[in-house]
Design a protein around this ligand. Sequence first.
Ligand code: GLA
Length: 391
Amino acid sequence: MFKGSSRGIVWAALMVMTMTVLCSCETASQWVGGKEAKGSMDIDVTAFGRTPDGRQVRLYSLRNANGMTAGIINYGAIVVSLTAPDKDGNLGDIVLGYDNLQDYIKETPYFGAIVGRYGNRIGKGRFILDGKEYTLATNNDENHLHGGIKGFDKVVWADEPLWRPDGVGVKLSYLSKDGEEGYPGNLKATVIYVLTNKNELRVEYEATTDKATPVNLTHHGYFNLTECRRDILGHELTLKADRYTPVDAGLIPTGQLASVEGTPMDFRKSTAIGDRIDDDYEQLKFGGGYDHNWVLTKRAGAMTMAAKVYEPTTGRVMEVWTTEPGIQFYAGNFLDGTLTGKGDTVYQHRYGFCLETQHYPDSPNKANFPSTILRPGDTYETTTIYRFSAK
Ligand code: GLA
């Protein structure tokens, strides 16, 4: 499946890891040549190339008891593949990405990655915290986007396989050093991906710090429930949000929480993404379509459904559940056919959409937004679930 990535080299570390996987499996007798028999969960660890500075990157191929699979690498904590059943029970890969590490290193609009230390934008890359001004790396005109020039999507994470009674996964950890991309404090971040037997991709985030710092971690998966047979405009979207955060031309929130009522931003009832995306509406001009944060209607911290997507030709349904207060819905407006991904698929305009659960963009500069500041002694903890079904 990932040709050219393993080069047939089995590294000692990999062997140790594979052994760990084998030993932690409760039904080890079912294993045949490192794989479990059909119908049971499986973790397979293989090499996925090396970074230019020689670091080995590993691919965790997860399979749940229903046969659904996820491929996750420890470079960028990237989900490189994710299969989900259609209405006839056929599994198909429903995320955008590349076949090999080199392509991810060369150029990616954050395909499938974890973005941080602060996902989304911080205006002018500046904020004041406890009376001190911090200057961050700017990488989106004058603004800071998705953690800066070398964010969490471009680093190698420590990795270990994870078995749960109801799923298989990988635990990824990264120490972001004090001063990295301009942020204060050594931040220890952990992201756990679990593919559950309920056909969910569960993402658990945790972080601690030794100095106060903003933190906002999210998963930047691009989904196309047609397996990229066409653009995403026919996907029908529901967002559990009465309000959104309007932006300026640089996509920085103005600070208002505006009602979606009577606007193309109203997804309270299931609506095709393409129905109003090109409406003559100023907010849509700024992002070249949808690229906004919606304010989820919920009790702070509660795990609730944030979004639901239905794709009529395949019958696939994706629900997004989260403990986070916001969600960025990005319609792939910057995809323009210049990137060619897995299986030589050309990613044309709006060939993938993202639903990034998060705190609101530019929160460190907006006193009226829920705080994103993590302090020493406290633990940042959020969970998001992508649940798949078909009808
Ligand atoms: C995010 C941003 C978009 C864009 C994409 C990557 O979702 O909100 O504006 O930068 O990432 O292309």
